[in-house]
Ligand binder design. Structure first.
Ligand code: PHE
Length: 347
C-alpha cells in the first residue's frame, strides 16, 4: 500500500519539477531535451506504467489513471510552452528585421541566348522561309563520312585542309565540317528530293587566330533533285545574304576547290567596314568570305544513293560565327567560345 502511495507522491513531485524546469527553460533546443526527459519512452512517467504491472487491479487502475493525468498535464504544458517559444521567436524576428516596402526591388539577373544561337536561329528562319528543314547529324563522325564518302581518300592532299582531332577508336574523329551530314541525309531520303540545312559544331586542329578557331559552327545547305542547277545555288545564296544583311549588299562567287563539289566556289560579301574600298578587316580586298559552295560531286551523289545521270544537287557550308562577325563587326572569332561575359552581354 505504501509503495503505491509513494508512487503517487513520486508522480506529484515529478510533475512539479517538470513544471518549474519547463517554465525556466529558453529556446527550442532546451524544449526538445525537456520533452525527451519527461515524455520520452524512458522518462519516469512512462516507466510508472511498467512498474504498475504487478500491482493489484484496483490500485493499478487508480495509479494508472493518475499517471495518465500527469502525462496529459505535462503534454499540455509542453504545447503551451512550444507556442509561447514560437511566438517569442517571431516577435523577436519582427522587431529586428524591419521590412521597408518602399525600397526599390533588386532586378534579378536575366540570362540570354548566346550570340551564335541567335544567329543560327535567324539563319534557320530565313532558310525555313525558303522551304528548308533542319537535319541534325552527329559531331563525332566516322573518317568514312567526314572524308572517304565526300571524295577525299586517305592520302588525298586535300585532307590537309581539314586536319582534325582523333579519338582513341580508329576511324572515329570529330567532324571538321558539316558536310558528312550530306551523305547521312542522302542515304536517309534517297531517292526523294532533299532540301535541308545541317547545323552544328565542327572541330579542326588549327593554329588559332582572329579568324580561325578550333571549334566553330557551320550550317550546311543541301538540295538534291532533278534539274537542280548552278543558278538555283546562286539565287538561294544571294537571297539568303539579302535577307540576312539587307537588300543592297553586293555578293560575288569566286571559283574554288572542294573535292565533294564540281564546280566549286566561295561566296564573298562586300566588306561592311569599308564598303568595298579595302581596309584592314577585309585585308584590302573589299570583300569578306562567308561560305564555300558548289554542285554536289557525282561521286558524292552516288555514295548517297542517287543516280548522278538523273539527279543533281547543290551544297554550301556557311559559318554562323563569321556571319555574326560581319553583322556585329566583331573582330576576333576567339571571343565566341572564350566565355567572357563582358563580350557575351553585348548581344
Ligand atoms: N565543307 C566545306 C568546308 O568546311 C564547305 C563546303 C560545303 C564547300 C559544301 C562546298 C560545299 O570548308
Amino acid at each position: 500500500m505504501s509503495e503505491k502511495k509513494d508512487l503517487i507522491e513520486e508522480l506529484k513531485a515529478l510533475q512539479s519539477k517538470a513544471k518549474s524546469e519547463l517554465e525556466a527553460l529558453v529556446g527550442e533546443k532546451a524544449l526538445t531535451s525537456w520533452k525527451s526527459e519527461y515524455l520520452g519512452k524512458t522518462s519516469p512517467v512512462m516507466q510508472i506504467f511498467k512498474r504498475l504491472a504487478d500491482a493489484e487491479n484496483e490500485e493499478r487502475a487508480r495509479i494508472g489513471q493518475f499517471a495518465n493525468e500527469v502525462k496529459s498535464a505535462l503534454e499540455s504544458m509542453y504545447e503551451q510552452k512550444v507556442n509561447a517559444t514560437h511566438q517569442a521567436a517571431l516577435s523577436e524576428e519582427l522587431a529586428h528585421e524591419k521590412l521597408d516596402v518602399t525600397i526599390p526591388g533588386r532586378r534579378p539577373l536575366r540570362g540570354r541566348l548566346h550570340i551564335t544561337t541567335t544567329t543560327l536561329r535567324e539563319m534557320y528562319r530565313i532558310f525555313a522561309e525558303m522551304g528548308f528543314q533542319i537535319y541534325r547529324s552527329p559531331e563525332v563522325e566516322s573518317d568514312e563520312n567526314n572524308f572517304e564518302l565526300l571524295n577525299i581518300p586517305t592520302h588525298h592532299p586535300a585532307r590537309d585542309l581539314w586536319d582534325t582531332f582523333f579519338t582513341k577508336k580508329e576511324g572515329v574523329i570529330l567532324r571538321t565540317h558539316t558536310s558528312p551530314g550530306q551523305v547521312r541525309a542522302m542515304r536517309e531520303f534517297a531517292p526523294e528530293p532533299i532540301r535541308v540545312v545541317l547545323p552544328g559544331m565542327c572541330y579542326r586542329y588549327e593554329q588559332t587566330d582572329a579568324s580561325h578557331e578550333f571549334q566553330f559552327n557551320q550550317v550546311e545547305l543541301l538540295v538534291v533533285g532533278k534539274k537542280i542547277n548552278f543558278a538555283n545555288l546562286k539565287g538561294t545564296l544571294e537571297e539568303f545574304v539579302q535577307r540576312m544583311y539587307g537588300k543592297d549588299v553586293s555578293t560575288r562567287i569566286r571559283p574554288s576547290y572542294f573535292p565533294f563539289v564540281e564546280p566549286g566556289g566561295e561566296m564573298d560579301v562586300e566588306c561592311f567596314v569599308c564598303g568595298g574600298k579595302g581596309c584592314s578587316v577585309c585585308k584590302q580586298r573589299g570583300w569578306l568570305e562567308i561560305l564555300g559552295c558548289g554542285m554536289v560531286h557525282p561521286v558524292v551523289l552516288k555514295n548517297g544513293g542517287y543516280d548522278p545521270q538523273v539527279y543533281s544537287g547543290f551544297a554550301a557550308g556557311l559559318g554562323p560565327e563569321r556571319i555574326a562577325m560581319l553583322r556585329y563587326r566583331i573582330d576576333d572569332i576567339r571571343n565566341f567560345w572564350a566565355n567572357d561575359v563582358r563580350f557575351l552581354q553585348q548581344f
